[in-house]
Write a protein that binds this ligand. Structure first.
Ligand code: ADP
Length: 547
């Protein structure tokens, strides 16, 4: 009988401890910094970061954190937040990032549901915590980080730097299983209560490798990364984890970064990689066009969270020399799902065709199984026109929400996660999101994509932003209403007719919005996406012109 051939490789756990230890040894001289309003960037080295993370880990033990305890952060992007990103999971705790822009009611629900025990908050976000803490009995310790030098520490709270100063650095990391929880994040709960997603060490480990691949974000030690995606949002797309693994130079955006801060840092620090949702880039584009910053050091702007208008990608690339890449994902997916890169044989296509492909959300990243399916799980043909729900499987996709048995219907019987996003998939495997199930417009028997209309309207030179929602219609059931924000210089000049005539040659007749309303700004969610819930509420009694 021959010797067994299977399973002769080590069962080495895929925990982020490996990344941290390697990073500590290799990248000691590399630099991390944080924007401090009104001051030069605060800078320190990876050696400082590692030493402070070890101290923080000792401090967490002193505060009584045990394995599996949820430790919350309520903070802007900073080097301190990065220390928490690492120290908590390295010690076996669960980093629970809280979005301080949520309504107090939702935030209270989330803290109580997760049973957070310790909360680290910035002095500038303290008022949010102060509002809810009396209703959150699980919180036993609050640690305040002075994100501006003069910030006071509220009575009863500990101060972050004092905690570090008095702590004994952790001498060794505990042995953790790769399935152990490392981090946690709640989705914003567009229907029902917010739901918790718990990332295992293994999911983060594999996701870091996947997003560093050349054919995804090509992250590397050579990158200078500016963190603008909030660290409370889907692990800031996991980039702070991957960047430490790689030893990249990192700059944290600090409290409330504005377009001028972003463009200024990019120019001064020669940033090569900076992600953010499209609404941020719309504002940066306006500023750079007016004031002429040099942002050509950027090799990649990953953008997603909502559809990136192709016109925006075009300006960044052609005018500013900063390449934008469209990606799709969700909190439930750690978050990477697809990335829109041209295949090598598409490089010779005419410019407009290349842009049209890159404006799609892209094809599945290696490691993600993806199908567009009808309600029975039947896969849609790869024809670029049949619409279905995107369903996914993979090692960094949740198999269950935290303590939410009512969400079992988000999974198919054969083990796929139902994303709630509607899309088409073309012959090359590129998906195009047509809507979230709740945003799609049902006009007559046809489904109409609000996202497609928005992207087109935002291509009008006088338009700053546009959101399209469904309004009830007696004959057609629903019709699209376009809510348009004109650029400052076009206010009062831009008309409904201008928008309709601009769209007419680009869409089928039945897709033309019946009406256009001009508004001052599109309401945004806590993470800067268009909040169509608010618009739907505002226009819920809307009477269609011909209705
Ligand atoms: P939230 O529910 O708070 O928006 P997520 O950040 O997890 O939470 O949002 C994920 C959703 O964002 C996806 O399900 C999808 O609807 C939308 N989305 C993400 N990326 C894109 C993209 N590139 N284009 C269109 N929609 C996107």
């Amino acid at each position: 009988m021959s010797a067994p051939v299977d399973n002769l490789m080590m069962d080495y756990p895929l925990t982020i401890t490996q990344f941290f230890e390697r990073s500590r040894r290799l990248w000691a001289k590399k630099v991390l910094s944080t924007r401090v309003p009104g001051q030069p960037l605060f800078r320190y080295t990876y050696a400082d970061f590692a030493a402070r993370t070890q101290r923080l880990a000792g401090g967490l033990t002193a505060l009584g954190m045990r394995r599996g305890d949820r430790v919350a952060t309520l903070a802007w992007n900073s080097h301190r937040h990065l220390e928490l990103y690492w120290a908590i999971p390295l010690m076996g705790g669960v980093l629970h990032t809280l979005n301080f822009r949520l309504a107090p009611r939702d935030l209270t629900y989330i803290v109580n549901h997760a049973r957070d025990t310790i909360v680290f908050c910035d002095a500038s976000t303290w008022p949010v915590l102060d509002t809810i803490r009396k209703d959150c009995p699980s919180i036993r310790t609050i640690v305040v980080m002075k994100d501006t030098p003069e910030a006071p520490v509220p009575p009863g709270a500990l101060e972050y730097e004092s905690l570090l100063a008095s702590a004994t650095p952790a001498a060794a990391w505990p042995q953790l299983a790769e399935t152990q929880a490392a981090a946690m994040c709640y989705t914003s709960g567009t229907t029902g209560n917010p739901k918790g997603v718990v990332y295992t060490h293994r999911a983060i480990y594999l996701h870091c490798l996947a997003e560093s691949m050349t054919d995804t974000m090509a992250l590397s030690e050579r990158d200078v990364i500016l963190h603008i995606v909030p660290m409370f949002h889907a692990n800031a797309w996991c980039v702070p984890f991957a960047a430490v693994m790689l030893g990249a130079t990192q700059i944290f955006g600090g409290p409330n970064p504005q377009p001028r801060d972003i463009a200024g840092i990019v120019q001064a620090e020669k940033v090569t990689f900076v992600g953010a949702v499209p609404t941020v880039w719309i504002a940066v584009k306006e500023l750079v066009e007016k004031e002429g910053y040099d942002i050509s050091s950027i090799r990649m702007i990953p953008s997603g969270g909502s559809a990136v208008p192709p016109s925006l990608m075009d300006v960044f690339e052609k005018k500013f020399g900063a390449s934008m890449m469209h990606a799709w994902g969700m909190t439930e997916m750690t978050p990477l799902g697809t990335i829109s890169r041209l295949k090598s044989y598409m490089r010779d296509l005419p410019d407009a065709e290349q842009l049209a492909i890159r404006a799609k959300q892209g094809y599945a990243a290696a490691g993600v199984d993806l199908r567009v399916a009808d309600e029975h799980g039947r896969e849609a043909p790869w024809d670029g026109t049949t619409m279905g729900e995107i369903q996914v499987r993979g090692p960094w996709i949740l198999k269950s929400y935290y303590d939410a048995p009512e969400s079992a219907d988000r999974f198919t019987p054969d083990g796929w996660f139902r994303t709630g996003d509607l899309a088409t998939i073309d012959a090359e495997g590129y998906i195009q999101i047509t809507d979230r199930t709740k945003d799609v417009i049902k006009s007559g028997g046809e489904f109409m994509s609000s996202v497609a209309l928005e992207s087109l309207i935002m291509g009008h030179p006088d338009v700053l932003e546009a959101a399209v929602i469904a309004v009830p219609h007696p004959k057609w059931i629903e019709r699209p209403l376009a809510c348009v924000v004109p650029k400052a210089e076009a206010k009062g000049r831009l008309t409904e007719g201008d928008i309709i005539e601009f769209l007419r040659p680009q869409v089928a007749k039945w897709m033309l919005p019946d009406e256009v309303v001009f508004i001052d700004a599109v309401p945004k969610t806590g993470v800067g996406k268009f909040d169509k819930k608010v618009l739907r509420e505002r226009y819920k009694g809307w009477q269609a012109k011909d209705g």
